[in-house]
Design a protein around this ligand. Structure first.
Ligand code: NIG
Ligand code: FE
Length: 420
């Protein structure tokens, strides 16, 4: 008895490779497409078999399945992985969108007390229940657009009380929803009003991180990653180093915002500290790119942010040529209100000049790598988790080629073999 059989898919996109062996450079070779293929997910939620339809039919001739989906004329792809989101918050910033369209920059709004500060004010006031309900709804929309594993950050509390409230909300979704979550403590998202950078850094290191360690030991909240917004006027390189190192010391993976608006040498720092991933990198240096390639530190590129803030595009081509593991994220937040990884892949292709193969690898196996989960997620391989997307088109590239309206293109989203 098995959980799921997908039969006769017109195309089944494998995205081969595992963990560190897999570099996006090799995506063209590794992105095998099977024709007339079938796939079986076992009761444990993992992929049991994948191959030509007739072979699978013979192999499982006597077997029973809880669910069978005829995929004739359709394509099966790995579930998408969103490597960077800020999905827990109250209020929105639609008014700031108008200000930005009228010419205000992201940092001007931030320094005037808006931006992250605005969201912090509203998130501090919101109840845990309110935050959970909006968060759940957002996760459902992301999943509807094909995301099955999502990195979720705190970072709109800044004080311990509200950061923990956000992390509890994320933990609750982890336990109760059919979706993969990698959680990130991002208490260093902004320097709270009334504090200096040093005071904020000390507070995080002396109060926040020990509490996270305690909650992990008691099994209440299990955080996966540590993040800092390393930026001019926010956390400088030195405080970033102190916070990331302290996070690493309590067992968190380093995964932070760097080199976005100003060149900060964040990439060099991340490579030195053994960061799993660094996000943004619009202003990364050549040395930083080389260091990241050598350290196998993933670059999480965020095409929605560069688009909406009209920033210089991150140099995806150069990173790929240098052998950096390039991943993608939606950066969903009140500034970049985008739930859709298909839209993100589309923008990556048009604005960052990635190929569709590269974009798909970046939104699956490489994004899983950025979260330290490429052994279990991000590709269709026997033994990996049965997270899948089925589109009603005969060529998989339609998932990227079409922009907007993906709800009508995506027939099914599947998590651990369970059809959502
Ligand atoms: O990744 N750059 C810093 N953090 C977010 C924006 C968060 C916000 O503006 O609320 C980002 O773009
Ligand atoms: Fe971000």
């Amino acid at each position: 008895r098995h959980r799921l059989l997908l039969e006769n898919a017109q195309q089944l996109v494998l995205v081969c490779g595992r963990g560190e062996e897999y570099l996006l450079r090799e995506a063209a070779a590794s992105l095998a497409v099977l024709r007339d293929a079938s796939l079986v997910v076992g009761l444990d939620g993992c992929i049991k078999a994948v191959g030509q339809a007739d072979v699978i039919r013979n192999q499982f001739s006597g077997a029973t399945f809880e669910r069978i989906i005829d995929c004739s004329g359709k394509c099966v792809l790995p579930g998408l992985v969103d490597a960077h989101t800020h999905p827990v918050w109250a209020g929105d910033r639609v008014h700031e969108f108008a200000m930005k369209l009228a010419g205000a920059s992201y940092m001007e709004i931030h320094q005037a007390g808006g931006g992250i500060h605005f969201t912090v004010e509203h998130t501090r006031k919101a109840t845990e229940e309110e935050l959970f309900n909006t968060f759940k709804h957002r996760l459902e929309r992301m999943r509807r657009a094909g995301s099955t594993l999502i990195e979720c950050k705190s970072g709109y509390g800044l004080n311990l009380e509200t950061e923990l409230k956000m992390l509890r909300v994320i933990e609750r979704a982890k336990q109760s929803m059919d979706i993969g979550i990698s959680s990130t403590y991002c208490g260093a998202h902004s320097v709270p009003k009334g504090k200096t950078v040093t005071e904020a850094t000390d507070d995080i290191i002396n109060n926040h991180l020990p509490k996270l360690k305690e909650l992990k030991l008691s099994g209440e909240i299990h955080v996966n990653n540590i993040d800092v917004f390393c930026e001019k006027g926010v956390f400088d390189l030195d405080s970033t180093r102190r916070i990331l190192q302290a996070g690493k010391d309590i067992g968190l993976q380093i995964n932070f915002h760097g080199d976005e608006l100003h060149p900060m040498k964040s990439a060099e720092l991340g490579a030195e500290l053994g960061a799993q991933a660094i996000s943004h990198l619009e202003e990364v240096s050549d040395e930083g790119i080389t260091a990241m390639a050598r350290a196998k530190c993933a670059a999480v590129l965020l095409p929605t942010t560069a688009y909406i803030l009209r920033l210089k595009q991150p140099q995806a081509r150069k990173m790929l040529e240098e052998g950096v593991i390039v991943a993608l994220g939606s950066d969903f937040n009140p500034n970049a209100y985008c739930f859709s990884m298909p839209m993100v892949m589309h923008l990556a292709c048009v604005n960052m000049k990635m190929s569709m193969n590269e974009a798909l690898a970046a939104a699956t196996i490489n994004a899983a790598y950025a979260l330290g989960k490429s052994d279990t997620h991000g590709s269709i391989e026997t033994g990996k988790q049965g997270d899948l997307v089925i589109i009603n088109s005969s060529r998989w590239e339609h998932l990227i080629y079409q922009f907007g309206g993906h709800e009508a293109l995506i027939d099914y989203v599947i998590v651990k073999g369970k059809v959502i």
